[in-house]
Design a protein around this ligand. Sequence first.
Ligand code: HSE
Length: 445
Amino acid sequence: MRKKHTSIGIAILGCGTVGGAAALALVKDKDLLERKTGLSLNLKYIVDKNFDNAVKLGLNRKLFESKLQTVLGDPAVSVVVELIGGTTVAKDVIEKALVAKKNVVTANKALLAHSGAALLSLARKNHVTLAFEASCGGGIPIIRALCDGMIANRIDALYGIVNGTCNYILTQMIGQGQSYQEALAGAQKAGLAEANPALDVSGTDSAHKLAILASLAFGEKINFDAIPVRGIDSLQSMDVEFGRQLGYVVKLLAMAVRLESGLYLCVHPVFISSGHPLAWIPGPFNAVSVYGHRTGHTMYYGRGAGGSPTASAIVSDIVSTALGTQKLLFRNLGIWGDRAKKAKQIPSGEIVSRFYLRFVVSDAAGVLAKIAAVLGRNGISIASVLQKEGVEGSGKQRGRVPVVITTHQAKEKNVRKALISLRTAKLALENPVCLHIVDEQEESF
Ligand code: HSE
Protein backbone atom coordinates (compact mmCIF):
# COMPACT_ATOMS: atom_id res chain seq x y z
CA MET A 1 0.00 0.00 0.00
CA ARG A 2 1.22 3.50 -0.84
CA LYS A 3 2.41 5.44 2.21
CA LYS A 4 0.11 8.32 3.17
CA HIS A 5 1.99 11.59 3.00
CA THR A 6 1.98 13.97 5.96
CA SER A 7 0.02 17.05 4.95
CA ILE A 8 1.59 20.45 5.69
CA GLY A 9 -0.55 23.60 5.40
CA ILE A 10 1.35 26.64 4.14
CA ALA A 11 0.52 30.33 3.81
CA ILE A 12 2.57 32.77 1.78
CA LEU A 13 2.42 36.41 2.83
CA GLY A 14 3.32 38.80 0.00
CA CYS A 15 2.96 37.84 -3.64
CA GLY A 16 5.68 39.82 -5.42
CA THR A 17 8.48 38.32 -7.50
CA VAL A 18 9.70 35.96 -4.77
CA GLY A 19 6.29 35.22 -3.21
CA GLY A 20 4.84 34.42 -6.64
CA ALA A 21 7.79 32.17 -7.50
CA ALA A 22 7.54 30.33 -4.17
CA ALA A 23 3.79 29.76 -4.69
CA LEU A 24 4.41 28.44 -8.20
CA ALA A 25 7.19 26.13 -6.95
CA LEU A 26 4.85 24.62 -4.34
CA VAL A 27 2.03 24.15 -6.84
CA LYS A 28 4.02 23.01 -9.89
CA ASP A 29 6.53 20.79 -8.08
CA LYS A 30 4.01 19.21 -5.71
CA ASP A 31 4.54 15.66 -6.99
CA LEU A 32 8.32 15.99 -7.15
CA LEU A 33 8.43 17.35 -3.59
CA GLU A 34 6.07 14.62 -2.38
CA ARG A 35 8.28 11.92 -3.92
CA LYS A 36 11.49 13.41 -2.57
CA THR A 37 10.35 14.36 0.94
CA GLY A 38 7.38 12.19 1.79
CA LEU A 39 5.47 15.37 2.59
CA SER A 40 2.34 16.72 0.98
CA LEU A 41 3.05 20.46 0.88
CA ASN A 42 -0.31 22.20 0.59
CA LEU A 43 -0.33 25.88 -0.23
CA LYS A 44 -3.54 27.01 1.49
CA TYR A 45 -3.32 30.80 1.32
CA ILE A 46 -1.61 33.65 -0.48
CA VAL A 47 -2.10 36.78 1.56
CA ASP A 48 -1.68 40.19 -0.04
CA LYS A 49 -3.44 43.51 -0.53
CA ASN A 50 -3.82 42.87 -4.24
CA PHE A 51 -3.43 39.76 -6.33
CA ASP A 52 -2.40 41.21 -9.70
CA ASN A 53 0.86 39.25 -9.77
CA ALA A 54 -0.82 36.07 -8.51
CA VAL A 55 -3.48 36.39 -11.26
CA LYS A 56 -0.78 37.00 -13.87
CA LEU A 57 1.00 33.82 -12.73
CA GLY A 58 -2.20 31.82 -13.09
CA LEU A 59 -2.42 30.92 -9.39
CA ASN A 60 -5.76 29.57 -8.19
CA ARG A 61 -8.01 32.40 -6.98
CA LYS A 62 -9.27 30.19 -4.14
CA LEU A 63 -5.86 30.73 -2.52
CA PHE A 64 -6.27 34.51 -2.26
CA GLU A 65 -6.87 35.91 1.20
CA SER A 66 -6.57 39.46 2.42
CA LYS A 67 -6.95 38.89 6.18
CA LEU A 68 -3.93 37.70 8.14
CA GLN A 69 -6.19 36.66 11.03
CA THR A 70 -7.93 34.05 8.88
CA VAL A 71 -4.56 32.40 8.21
CA LEU A 72 -3.31 32.63 11.78
CA GLY A 73 -6.60 31.22 13.07
CA ASP A 74 -6.50 28.21 10.75
CA PRO A 75 -5.09 25.21 12.66
CA ALA A 76 -4.27 23.48 9.35
CA VAL A 77 -1.58 26.10 8.62
CA SER A 78 1.71 25.15 10.25
CA VAL A 79 4.16 27.21 8.17
CA VAL A 80 3.81 30.92 7.41
CA VAL A 81 6.18 32.29 4.77
CA GLU A 82 6.88 36.03 5.09
CA LEU A 83 7.87 37.58 1.77
CA ILE A 84 6.63 41.13 2.28
CA GLY A 85 10.08 42.60 2.91
CA GLY A 86 11.01 45.73 4.87
CA THR A 87 11.29 46.09 8.60
CA THR A 88 7.89 47.43 9.69
CA VAL A 89 4.82 45.50 8.47
CA ALA A 90 6.93 42.35 7.99
CA LYS A 91 8.16 42.50 11.59
CA ASP A 92 4.65 42.90 12.94
CA VAL A 93 3.38 40.04 10.81
CA ILE A 94 6.21 37.66 11.79
CA GLU A 95 5.70 38.46 15.48
CA LYS A 96 1.96 37.77 15.18
CA ALA A 97 2.62 34.48 13.36
CA LEU A 98 5.13 33.31 15.98
CA VAL A 99 2.80 34.23 18.83
CA ALA A 100 0.05 32.27 17.02
CA LYS A 101 2.51 29.32 17.19
CA LYS A 102 3.13 29.14 13.46
CA ASN A 103 6.59 28.20 12.20
CA VAL A 104 7.93 31.05 10.10
CA VAL A 105 10.07 31.02 6.97
CA THR A 106 11.41 34.35 5.72
CA ALA A 107 13.77 35.85 3.15
CA ASN A 108 13.89 39.17 5.00
CA LYS A 109 17.59 39.98 5.48
CA ALA A 110 17.08 43.60 6.56
CA LEU A 111 14.76 42.52 9.36
CA LEU A 112 17.01 39.64 10.45
CA ALA A 113 20.13 41.82 10.43
CA HIS A 114 18.46 44.30 12.79
CA SER A 115 16.09 42.14 14.84
CA GLY A 116 17.13 38.53 14.22
CA ALA A 117 18.01 37.72 17.84
CA ALA A 118 14.71 39.09 19.18
CA LEU A 119 12.67 37.17 16.60
CA LEU A 120 14.56 33.94 17.27
CA SER A 121 13.91 34.41 20.96
CA LEU A 122 10.20 34.96 20.31
CA ALA A 123 10.10 31.80 18.19
CA ARG A 124 11.79 29.84 20.99
CA LYS A 125 9.35 31.19 23.57
CA ASN A 126 6.46 29.98 21.43
CA HIS A 127 8.00 26.56 20.70
CA VAL A 128 8.14 27.17 16.96
CA THR A 129 10.99 27.85 14.51
CA LEU A 130 12.22 30.67 12.30
CA ALA A 131 14.07 29.64 9.13
CA PHE A 132 15.80 32.01 6.72
CA GLU A 133 17.87 30.21 4.08
CA ALA A 134 16.49 32.57 1.41
CA SER A 135 17.80 35.67 3.19
CA CYS A 136 21.37 35.22 1.93
CA GLY A 137 22.67 34.13 -1.44
CA GLY A 138 19.31 33.30 -3.08
CA GLY A 139 19.45 29.66 -4.15
CA ILE A 140 22.85 28.93 -2.55
CA PRO A 141 22.34 26.74 0.54
CA ILE A 142 24.86 28.74 2.55
CA ILE A 143 22.90 28.89 5.81
CA ARG A 144 22.46 25.13 5.72
CA ALA A 145 26.22 24.80 5.15
CA LEU A 146 27.00 26.92 8.20
CA CYS A 147 24.45 25.20 10.45
CA ASP A 148 25.10 21.70 9.31
CA GLY A 149 27.88 20.74 6.89
CA MET A 150 30.47 23.07 8.45
CA ILE A 151 29.40 22.62 12.07
CA ALA A 152 32.58 20.66 12.92
CA ASN A 153 34.68 23.73 12.17
CA ARG A 154 35.84 26.80 13.98
CA ILE A 155 35.22 29.35 11.22
CA ASP A 156 38.23 31.59 10.69
CA ALA A 157 36.91 33.79 7.89
CA LEU A 158 34.01 34.31 5.54
CA TYR A 159 34.20 36.38 2.36
CA GLY A 160 31.14 36.91 0.21
CA ILE A 161 30.08 38.43 -3.05
CA VAL A 162 26.49 38.58 -1.91
CA ASN A 163 24.93 41.25 -4.07
CA GLY A 164 24.27 40.28 -7.67
CA THR A 165 23.38 43.81 -8.75
CA CYS A 166 26.75 45.17 -7.66
CA ASN A 167 28.66 42.21 -9.07
CA TYR A 168 26.92 42.68 -12.42
CA ILE A 169 27.78 46.40 -12.47
CA LEU A 170 31.42 45.74 -11.54
CA THR A 171 31.70 42.96 -14.14
CA GLN A 172 30.53 45.44 -16.80
CA MET A 173 32.96 48.11 -15.57
CA ILE A 174 35.87 45.65 -15.63
CA GLY A 175 35.03 43.77 -18.84
CA GLN A 176 33.47 46.48 -20.98
CA GLY A 177 35.24 49.54 -19.61
CA GLN A 178 31.86 51.10 -18.76
CA SER A 179 31.46 53.91 -16.24
CA TYR A 180 29.50 53.20 -13.07
CA GLN A 181 26.50 55.15 -14.46
CA GLU A 182 26.53 53.28 -17.78
CA ALA A 183 26.81 49.90 -16.04
CA LEU A 184 23.98 50.78 -13.63
CA ALA A 185 21.73 51.88 -16.48
CA GLY A 186 22.51 48.58 -18.29
CA ALA A 187 21.70 46.58 -15.14
CA GLN A 188 18.37 48.39 -14.80
CA LYS A 189 17.54 47.75 -18.45
CA ALA A 190 18.37 44.05 -18.03
CA GLY A 191 16.06 43.89 -14.98
CA LEU A 192 19.04 43.16 -12.72
CA ALA A 193 18.85 46.37 -10.70
CA GLU A 194 15.88 47.99 -9.02
CA ALA A 195 14.62 51.37 -10.30
CA ASN A 196 15.88 52.62 -6.91
CA PRO A 197 19.12 50.69 -6.48
CA ALA A 198 20.24 52.51 -3.31
CA LEU A 199 20.06 49.53 -0.95
CA ASP A 200 22.21 47.43 -3.29
CA VAL A 201 24.83 49.91 -4.55
CA SER A 202 25.37 51.49 -1.12
CA GLY A 203 26.52 48.10 0.22
CA THR A 204 23.66 47.99 2.77
CA ASP A 205 22.08 44.83 1.33
CA SER A 206 25.47 43.07 1.48
CA ALA A 207 25.91 44.23 5.07
CA HIS A 208 22.51 42.78 6.04
CA LYS A 209 23.59 39.42 4.62
CA LEU A 210 27.00 39.66 6.24
CA ALA A 211 25.46 40.23 9.67
CA ILE A 212 23.33 37.09 9.29
CA LEU A 213 26.11 34.89 7.90
CA ALA A 214 28.77 36.06 10.36
CA SER A 215 26.42 35.54 13.29
CA LEU A 216 25.94 31.88 12.33
CA ALA A 217 29.52 31.30 11.21
CA PHE A 218 31.07 32.57 14.45
CA GLY A 219 28.13 31.84 16.73
CA GLU A 220 28.22 35.42 18.00
CA LYS A 221 25.68 38.24 18.07
CA ILE A 222 26.61 40.91 15.51
CA ASN A 223 25.90 44.61 15.97
CA PHE A 224 24.79 45.60 12.48
CA ASP A 225 25.33 49.30 13.15
CA ALA A 226 29.02 48.72 13.91
CA ILE A 227 29.77 47.24 10.47
CA PRO A 228 31.71 49.71 8.29
CA VAL A 229 29.94 49.82 4.92
CA ARG A 230 30.98 51.38 1.63
CA GLY A 231 29.21 50.88 -1.65
CA ILE A 232 30.26 50.94 -5.27
CA ASP A 233 28.43 54.15 -6.17
CA SER A 234 31.50 56.38 -6.06
CA LEU A 235 33.81 53.98 -7.87
CA GLN A 236 35.53 55.50 -10.90
CA SER A 237 36.44 53.58 -14.04
CA MET A 238 39.95 55.09 -13.84
CA ASP A 239 40.58 53.10 -10.64
CA VAL A 240 39.14 49.91 -12.13
CA GLU A 241 41.59 50.35 -15.03
CA PHE A 242 44.61 51.17 -12.82
CA GLY A 243 43.74 48.09 -10.74
CA ARG A 244 43.65 45.96 -13.88
CA GLN A 245 47.11 47.18 -14.85
CA LEU A 246 48.35 46.14 -11.41
CA GLY A 247 46.81 42.65 -11.71
CA TYR A 248 43.72 43.29 -9.55
CA VAL A 249 39.98 43.15 -10.03
CA VAL A 250 37.53 45.16 -7.97
CA LYS A 251 34.79 43.29 -6.08
CA LEU A 252 32.26 44.39 -3.49
CA LEU A 253 33.27 42.05 -0.66
CA ALA A 254 31.41 41.32 2.53
CA MET A 255 34.16 40.17 4.88
CA ALA A 256 34.18 38.65 8.34
CA VAL A 257 37.52 37.59 9.76
CA ARG A 258 38.36 36.18 13.17
CA LEU A 259 41.40 37.96 14.61
CA GLU A 260 43.04 37.50 17.99
CA SER A 261 41.39 40.65 19.35
CA GLY A 262 37.89 39.97 18.00
CA LEU A 263 35.93 39.91 14.75
CA TYR A 264 36.56 42.26 11.86
CA LEU A 265 33.49 42.77 9.69
CA CYS A 266 33.11 45.15 6.77
CA VAL A 267 31.59 45.67 3.35
CA HIS A 268 33.87 47.49 0.91
CA PRO A 269 34.76 47.60 -2.76
CA VAL A 270 38.24 46.08 -2.63
CA PHE A 271 40.96 44.96 -5.00
CA ILE A 272 41.72 41.25 -5.11
CA SER A 273 44.34 39.56 -7.25
CA SER A 274 42.98 38.34 -10.60
CA GLY A 275 43.99 34.82 -9.44
CA HIS A 276 41.89 35.01 -6.23
CA PRO A 277 39.08 32.40 -6.13
CA LEU A 278 36.45 35.16 -5.90
CA ALA A 279 37.88 37.15 -8.83
CA TRP A 280 36.14 35.15 -11.57
CA ILE A 281 32.58 35.30 -10.14
CA PRO A 282 30.73 36.80 -13.09
CA GLY A 283 27.72 39.07 -13.62
CA PRO A 284 24.82 38.64 -11.22
CA PHE A 285 26.21 35.53 -9.50
CA ASN A 286 27.02 35.28 -5.80
CA ALA A 287 29.74 33.30 -4.02
CA VAL A 288 30.69 32.81 -0.41
CA SER A 289 34.10 31.53 0.71
CA VAL A 290 34.16 29.97 4.16
CA TYR A 291 37.41 28.99 5.86
CA GLY A 292 37.06 26.28 8.50
CA HIS A 293 39.89 25.07 10.70
CA ARG A 294 39.32 21.47 9.56
CA THR A 295 38.15 21.99 5.98
CA GLY A 296 40.36 24.89 4.95
CA HIS A 297 38.77 26.85 2.11
CA THR A 298 35.26 25.93 0.96
CA MET A 299 33.29 27.95 -1.55
CA TYR A 300 29.57 28.15 -2.35
CA TYR A 301 28.46 29.57 -5.68
CA GLY A 302 25.21 30.23 -7.48
CA ARG A 303 22.43 32.64 -8.31
CA GLY A 304 21.96 35.05 -5.44
CA ALA A 305 18.70 36.60 -6.55
CA GLY A 306 15.64 36.08 -8.71
CA GLY A 307 12.31 34.41 -8.06
CA SER A 308 13.15 30.83 -8.95
CA PRO A 309 16.50 30.40 -7.07
CA THR A 310 15.08 32.18 -4.02
CA ALA A 311 11.98 29.98 -4.15
CA SER A 312 14.29 26.95 -4.00
CA ALA A 313 15.69 28.17 -0.68
CA ILE A 314 12.21 28.94 0.66
CA VAL A 315 10.84 25.50 -0.22
CA SER A 316 13.90 23.85 1.34
CA ASP A 317 13.15 25.75 4.58
CA ILE A 318 9.50 24.65 4.44
CA VAL A 319 10.61 21.04 4.01
CA SER A 320 13.15 21.18 6.82
CA THR A 321 10.56 22.85 9.07
CA ALA A 322 7.98 20.19 8.24
CA LEU A 323 10.43 17.29 8.66
CA GLY A 324 11.52 18.62 12.06
CA THR A 325 15.16 19.14 11.04
CA GLN A 326 14.88 22.88 11.62
CA LYS A 327 13.44 22.26 15.09
CA LEU A 328 16.32 19.96 16.01
CA LEU A 329 18.95 22.46 14.84
CA PHE A 330 17.12 25.35 16.48
CA ARG A 331 16.74 23.50 19.76
CA ASN A 332 20.26 22.12 19.98
CA LEU A 333 22.78 24.39 18.32
CA GLY A 334 24.39 27.22 20.26
CA ILE A 335 25.02 29.44 17.23
CA TRP A 336 21.65 31.20 17.02
CA GLY A 337 21.66 34.95 17.65
CA ASP A 338 19.36 34.75 20.68
CA ARG A 339 21.75 32.33 22.43
CA ALA A 340 25.11 33.62 21.26
CA LYS A 341 27.38 36.01 23.13
CA LYS A 342 27.89 39.54 21.81
CA ALA A 343 30.72 39.70 19.27
CA LYS A 344 33.70 41.95 19.96
CA GLN A 345 33.81 43.88 16.70
CA ILE A 346 37.16 45.48 15.88
CA PRO A 347 36.99 49.11 14.67
CA SER A 348 38.22 49.47 11.09
CA GLY A 349 40.98 51.91 12.09
CA GLU A 350 42.79 49.07 13.87
CA ILE A 351 42.83 46.85 10.80
CA VAL A 352 46.07 46.10 9.01
CA SER A 353 45.81 45.75 5.24
CA ARG A 354 47.52 46.62 1.99
CA PHE A 355 46.08 49.69 0.26
CA TYR A 356 45.61 51.15 -3.18
CA LEU A 357 45.88 54.95 -3.06
CA ARG A 358 45.25 57.31 -5.96
CA PHE A 359 46.15 60.96 -5.78
CA VAL A 360 45.73 63.81 -8.20
CA VAL A 361 48.93 65.83 -7.87
CA SER A 362 50.80 68.70 -9.54
CA ASP A 363 53.14 67.37 -12.18
CA ALA A 364 56.09 69.21 -10.63
CA ALA A 365 59.55 68.45 -9.23
CA GLY A 366 59.65 67.01 -5.71
CA VAL A 367 55.92 66.26 -5.31
CA LEU A 368 56.32 62.50 -5.26
CA ALA A 369 59.16 62.75 -2.72
CA LYS A 370 56.96 64.87 -0.41
CA ILE A 371 54.09 62.37 -0.66
CA ALA A 372 56.47 59.49 0.11
CA ALA A 373 57.78 61.44 3.13
CA VAL A 374 54.26 61.92 4.57
CA LEU A 375 53.47 58.23 4.08
CA GLY A 376 56.81 57.27 5.65
CA ARG A 377 56.20 59.50 8.70
CA ASN A 378 52.95 57.55 9.26
CA GLY A 379 54.67 54.19 9.09
CA ILE A 380 53.37 53.38 5.61
CA SER A 381 55.76 51.59 3.31
CA ILE A 382 55.28 51.98 -0.45
CA ALA A 383 55.09 48.78 -2.52
CA SER A 384 54.65 50.28 -6.00
CA VAL A 385 54.13 53.60 -7.76
CA LEU A 386 52.29 54.08 -11.04
CA GLN A 387 52.27 57.38 -12.85
CA LYS A 388 51.43 57.89 -16.50
CA GLU A 389 52.99 60.74 -18.42
CA GLY A 390 50.84 63.82 -17.94
CA VAL A 391 48.28 64.25 -20.67
CA GLU A 392 48.20 67.87 -21.82
CA GLY A 393 45.03 68.96 -20.10
CA SER A 394 43.23 72.20 -20.44
CA GLY A 395 41.68 74.52 -17.85
CA LYS A 396 41.53 72.96 -14.36
CA GLN A 397 43.22 69.70 -15.41
CA ARG A 398 46.38 71.33 -16.82
CA GLY A 399 49.50 70.21 -14.99
CA ARG A 400 47.64 67.60 -12.84
CA VAL A 401 48.37 63.91 -13.01
CA PRO A 402 47.02 60.85 -11.25
CA VAL A 403 49.55 58.92 -9.18
CA VAL A 404 48.74 55.46 -7.89
CA ILE A 405 50.61 54.07 -4.91
CA THR A 406 50.14 50.62 -3.46
CA THR A 407 51.34 50.05 0.08
CA HIS A 408 52.68 47.17 2.11
CA GLN A 409 50.68 46.19 5.21
CA ALA A 410 49.65 49.33 7.09
CA LYS A 411 47.20 50.21 9.84
CA GLU A 412 44.06 51.81 8.40
CA LYS A 413 44.04 54.65 10.92
CA ASN A 414 47.61 55.59 9.91
CA VAL A 415 46.60 55.62 6.26
CA ARG A 416 43.62 57.86 7.01
CA LYS A 417 45.86 60.23 8.99
CA ALA A 418 48.38 60.40 6.13
CA LEU A 419 45.65 61.12 3.59
CA ILE A 420 44.30 63.98 5.70
CA SER A 421 47.83 65.45 5.99
CA LEU A 422 48.36 65.18 2.22
CA ARG A 423 45.06 66.91 1.51
CA THR A 424 45.72 69.63 4.08
CA ALA A 425 49.20 70.27 2.64
CA LYS A 426 47.57 70.48 -0.82
CA LEU A 427 49.90 67.76 -2.08
CA ALA A 428 46.73 65.84 -2.94
CA LEU A 429 44.72 68.25 -5.10
CA GLU A 430 41.51 66.23 -4.75
CA ASN A 431 40.27 63.77 -2.12
CA PRO A 432 42.48 60.70 -2.56
CA VAL A 433 40.92 57.36 -3.49
CA CYS A 434 41.72 54.64 -0.96
CA LEU A 435 40.80 50.98 -1.47
CA HIS A 436 41.84 47.90 0.48
CA ILE A 437 43.84 45.24 -1.33
CA VAL A 438 42.67 41.91 0.06
CA ASP A 439 44.96 38.91 -0.17
CA GLU A 440 43.68 35.36 -0.20
CA GLN A 441 43.01 34.10 3.32
CA GLU A 442 45.53 31.64 4.63
CA GLU A 443 44.19 28.25 5.64
CA SER A 444 44.81 27.49 9.28
CA PHE A 445 45.57 23.81 9.36
N1 HSE B 1 19.07 42.80 -4.59
C1 HSE B 1 19.83 41.64 -4.26
C2 HSE B 1 20.96 41.46 -5.26
C3 HSE B 1 19.02 40.37 -4.28
O1 HSE B 1 21.09 42.24 -6.21
O2 HSE B 1 21.74 40.54 -5.08
C4 HSE B 1 18.16 40.20 -3.09
O3 HSE B 1 18.92 39.99 -1.94
